[in-house]
Structure formats: C-alpha cells, structure tokens
Design a binder for this molecule. Structure first.
Ligand code: AMP
Length: 500
C-alpha cells in the first residue's frame, strides 16, 4: 500500500501530515502528488471530500522550500470560486505548513484592502484568491504576477457555473507561460475539458471518482410532500425529529429567500439552527461556519453557492428542502455527508412539481433513489385550506367565494399575529448578519424565561403549538400579488406591527 513517505514529499511536510493524523494518502493524493512534485501539469477530476486540497497543498509546500518571496510578486497563485473555499485552503496551508515559514495571503472580498496590501508588500509565497478580488488588486497596481511559478485552478466546474471563466482567462494571461498549472474539477463536461486543454500542457490526468457519482457511504431517500412551503417545513421538522443518529445537518434550499424563511421557521420551532447564503457579509458567513463546525449549532440552512465545496467533516445528515434544479447540485449537496469513508444520510423532499428534476438526477447518478414512506401517489389528500394556491387565488379574485376566503385568511392572520407576538424580533431575517448569528443565543434566553414562553417546553402544549406554528408558517407563505417573492422588508415590518 502506498504511504505518504513513498510520494516524494519533504520531511517537514511528512511530519505535519503525521501530526494531522493521516497515514494513507487518498487516491487523488497518491495520483497527483508525485507528478506535481516533478513539476508536471495536473488535471484532477475529484470532488471535495476526496482529500483533493491536500493533493495540491502538500506538493506546493515541498516545492516552495526552495526560493523566497519578493515584495508584491507572489510565487504561487490558487484561485477558488468562493470565499469559504479560499479560507479553507488557507487553513490547509496553516495545518500542513506548520513547519515552514511561509507567507500566505488570502485575498477575498469583504475584507479590507489595506490589510491584504500589507501582506502582499511583505512578499507572498502563496496567494489564495477569489478571481474578482485578485483582479481588483491587480487593477490597483499592487500586484505583479510575473513571478508566479505554480497556478492552481480549483473547482473549475463551479467557476464555470458562477461565470468566472473570463476572469480566469484574464488572470492566466498575466502569469508566465512557463508556470506549472494544477487544475481540479468535480466534473468534466465539454466546456471544462476545452478550458483544461487551453490552460494545461501535457497534463497528468487523475480521475478518482466517476464524474457525477454519489458516495456509496451515503444512504439516500426521497420524501414525498405537498408543495406548499409550510407543508414542506412540517414534513422536514418531522423528518429531523425522527433521526436518532443526527449529529448535525445541512439543509439546502434553492433560493436565498427560502434559506431565510426556513431558518426563521426552524428557529421559531426551537431548533438549533443557523443560515448561510451569498448575501451575508463575510464576517457573518465565517462566524456561522465556525459555529456549525464547533457544534454550537446543529442545523445549517444553506444555498448551493454558499455551501459548495465547504469542508465540514463529519456532517451526519443532508436534507434537500428543495429538489435542486441542476442535477449536478444534487451530487454536490449530498457530497457534504459520507465524507472520507464515513456513513451519512441524505433526504430529499419531493413534490409533484419536482418530478422532472428528480428524473434528471436519477439519470445523472445512474440509479433510482428509494422513497422513505411511499412515493407521491401515497400522499394523503392536501388539507383544503392549505391547498389554496397563488394561481387559484388570482382566478378567484372578485368572486364571492374570494370574499369568504378573505375572511378565513384574516382569521388565520389574527391567529398568526397572536403567535407572532412572541417572536416579533425574529421577523426580518433577510438582514442576516446579526439576526442570524444571534439565533442560538435567543434560544437559550427563551429557556431562561419562566412565564409565557416557558410553555414551549411542555409536551401537553405540543399540539396547540403545532397548530399555531402551522398558521404562522402559512402566514409566511404566499406573498401578496404585486410584489411576488420580492416583497420589500419595510412592508413585512409594517404588516407585523399592524397585526400586533
Ligand atoms: P477535501 O477533499 O480536500 O475537502 O478533504 C476532505 C477531508 O478529508 C478533509 O477534512 C481532510 O482533512 C481529510 N483528509 C485529507 N487527506 C486525508 C487522508 N489522507 N486521510 C484521511 N483524511 C484526509
């Protein structure tokens, strides 16, 4: 069996790897490290969770032992699609490079230019960036790319999805042609292959998992649900409660707004929950991630962009609140669990309108996914009041039955208002920074309150609470005609004050 010592890495690197507790290289590491040390270009087809990061960090550390950095002329450059991934790679350099004295500069958005400038001024051995921020620095004339010896493009398929390819092409033009290029992608569709052909010279190709395959260690199940969000939220809550072995979970939504709504709902129901989406500022995202990694929060509601490629070891469960529209996202989402050989569970809520996306997923992964409690045909008939869809409502406007429904809605809104009195401070979550990070603390405050809210803990009140919450969730649901999904925050606030 191949060991790390067989790969040609330096003593300093080997000792850091031993300290990290790793004895056997993963397949991408065994395949990529030896040719990378020989200064060959690499085309690595590997998903996150395969040990891909160390497969470029370890040889880079070894190669960087010779030579030193000059001011404003980085020696190596790593491009990552998201700030979180960039930060994770920086953490890997700290972990494996603890026996080295290297300057690592992290250039990501949301952090002050001045601090980053100072690092660049000292001379960076390793520059880890998101493409936009790197170009900003270049345009400010603070960076010379002519000294870059190793260029890493990580998560190339994600870069493509996020529209970064033109930026990468601009950056590549600034780096000498004689550089060594290490290129990684989870999947290799034609467009990515063309990109690889342009950037790489006679690369060593290492493919460790079939593109779009899902880990064998993940148990996948589909869960049928009616398609209203409040119904899906109830299904999700039941599902979470049924999991005896849930240590922590990521819950994926397709849209940022749904991330905020679901976070708010789970928080109200007393779950330990946080949220991560692209509109949050960098500080909140980092804090949220750290809280999740440190087990201060159990559930993390996230969008695809925010969560792609995050290295959160040991996630026991993934819940897809929405079936992803792009089938590859399914593979990436469930890849958050069952990492490094561990077992994991992935549940996907499926409604009648999701069947074509589900078909595409099953085609992509080449297998049928089992249903947990029967498929969509086994769903009980929807409750009448819950099934009044936005479309039906539009059609019925102006008719008598609309007036009577209006009354019913009003009654529900009042019931919701009573319930909302308790949680008024939680209403606007889309300003995520402080609100979101404060969630776990609010829960503990609630626990300390004997009167009123204390009844949340009493099992006898469960049913009543469930009914109230159902109304409340329903109230969260369809937004008024005219604003669609983009109802302005100030409207939500005013509506709530009125109710109270
Ligand atoms: P990555 O694919 O780089 O996101 O790594 C996934 C996880 O595997 C990280 O938590 C790494 O710390 C871990 N890991 C990396 N290399 C090894 C190894 N050789 N053996 C066991 N775990 C590893």
């Amino acid at each position: 069996m191949t060991t790390f010592a067989d790969l040609g890495l330096s003593q300093k690197v080997l000792s850091a790897v031993t300290d990290a507790g790793y004895s056997t290289p993963t397949p991408i590491q065994a395949g990529a490290i030896p040719p990378a040390l020989q200064r060959r270009d690499i085309c690595g087809i590997a998903q996150t969770g395969t040990g891909k990061t160390a497969s470029f960090v370890l040889p880079m550390l070894t190669l960087l032992e010779k030579g030193r950095a000059r001011a404003r002329m980085p020696r190596t450059l790593i491009l990552e699609p998201t700030r979180e991934l960039a930060a994770q790679v920086a953490e890997n350099f700290e972990k494996y490079g603890k026996n080295h004295k290297l300057n690592i500069a992290l250039l990501i958005g949301g952090v002050s230019f001045d601090e980053q400038d100072r690092k660049l001024e000292r001379g960076a051995d390793v520059l880890i960036c998101t493409p936009g921020r790197l170009l900003d620095h270049c345009e400010r004339g603070k960076l010379l790319m002519t000294g870059v010896e190793i260029f890493v493009i990580d998560e190339a398929d994600r870069m493509l999805d996020m529209g970064f390819i033109p930026d990468i092409e601009r950056i590549a033009k600034m780096i000498p042609f004689t550089r060594q290029t290490l290129f990684f992608s989870a999947t290799m569709p034609t467009e990515i292959q063309k990109l690889a052909d342009r950037f790489l010279q006679n690369p060593e190709r290492i493919e460790v998992a079939k593109p779009s395959s899902t880990a064998l260690t993940v148990t996948q199940r589909l869960v049928a649900s009616h398609n209203k969000d409040y119904e899906k939220r109830a299904v999700l809550r039941d599902l979470i409660k049924q999991q005896d072995d849930l240590k922590n979970a990521i819950i994926f939504c397709n849209r940022k707004k749904d991330v905020a709504d679901l976070f708010r709902s789970l928080d109200r129901h007393g779950f330990s929950v946080g949220a991560l989406h692209g509109d949050m500022d960098q500080r909140s995202r980092t804090t949220m991630l750290a809280n999740f990694k440190d087990n201060n929060i159990t559930l993390l509601v996230a969008s695809d962009v925010a969560a792609r490629g995050l290295d959160i070891p040991d996630v026991s469960h993934v819940f897809n609140f929405d079936v992803p529209i792009h089938a590859e996202d399914y593979v990436h989402r469930i890849g958050r669990t069952g990492r490094a050989g561990r077992s994991g569970k992935a549940f996907t809520l499926v409604t009648r309108s999701d069947t074509k996306y589900l078909d595409a997923i099953e085609k992509l992964i080449g297998q049928k996914i089992e249903w947990l409690n029967g498929d969509l045909s086994a769903l009980p008939a929807p409750m009448e009041s819950h099934d009044t869809g936005e479309r039906g409502r539009n059609k019925a406007r102006g008719r008598d039955r609309d007036r009577s429904r209006g009354k019913r809605d009003e009654t529900q809104a009042k019931a919701a208002a009573v319930a909302d009195n308790e949680t008024q401070e939680e209403v606007v979550v889309e300003a995520p920074a402080e609100n979101v990070t404060a969630a776990p603390q609010r829960r503990s405050e609630r626990r300390q309150q004997p009167a009123g809210r204390g009844d949340r803990q009493h099992p006898a009140n469960d049913d009543r609470r469930e009914r109230r919450n159902r109304h409340r969730d329903h109230d969260d649901g369809p937004t008024p005609v005219g604003f669609g999904d983009d109802i302005p925050a100030f409207m939500l606030v005013v509506a709530n004050v009125g109710k109270a």
